[in-house]
Design a protein around this ligand. Structure first.
Ligand code: HEC
Length: 133
């Protein structure tokens, strides 16, 4: 009787071991299956332009991250990226004045073009990038 009990325990242990001993490959598959459908990411994690540890972002990076949505297609009267004539008109009053407008926002142009963590220098770089300066 004692032996039978031991045998049953051993068999049960074996079954349990086989059931739970997944290979790494199986585990990967399971992780793949149960991973969340959408993942929230912020800034650089998303491949966006935000927060690069090494110094200020280039005008192109800022533009791609924050300005392109409006200044790419030129929606709501936004001067288009690379449209020199449109930008010349805007910048006739002076680069610094336009920077001040960009920081404050104007009409459909949100303050800082929605790049809340952009420095003035980064905004200026983006303006120069878009206007081809
Ligand atoms: C939500 C759309 C939107 C985004 C995002 C946006 N802009 Fe604009 N921007 C506009 C619109 C619209 C105008 C024209 C506003 C007007 O004069 O009525 C404008 C105008 C400007 C001007 C001209 C200001 C002047 O002197 O008249 C500058 C400079 C500018 N944007 C810079 C930027 C920069 C830099 C970014 C990114 C950091 C940015 N914008 C992001 C919509 C946007």
């Amino acid at each position: 009787m004692k032996q039978l009990k031991a045998l049953i325990m051993a068999a049960a242990a074996l079954v349990a071991a086989q059931t739970f001993a997944n290979t790494e490959a199986q585990n990967d598959k399971i992780r793949e299956r149960i991973k969340p459908v959408g993942e929230v990411c912020v800034g650089a994690e998303c491949g966006g332009a935000a927060v690069v540890a090494s110094g200020p972002r280039s005008g192109e990076e800022v533009y791609n991250g924050a300005c392109t949505a409006c200044h790419g297609p030129g929606i709501l009267g936004a001067p288009k990226n690379g449209d020199k004539a449109a930008w010349d008109e805007r910048l006739a009053k002076g680069l610094d004045e336009s920077l001040a407008v960009a920081i404050k926002g104007i009409n459909a142009m949100p303050p800082k073009g929605n790049c809340a963590d952009c420095s003035d220098d980064e905004l200026m770089a983006a303006i120069k990038f878009m206007s081809g300066r």
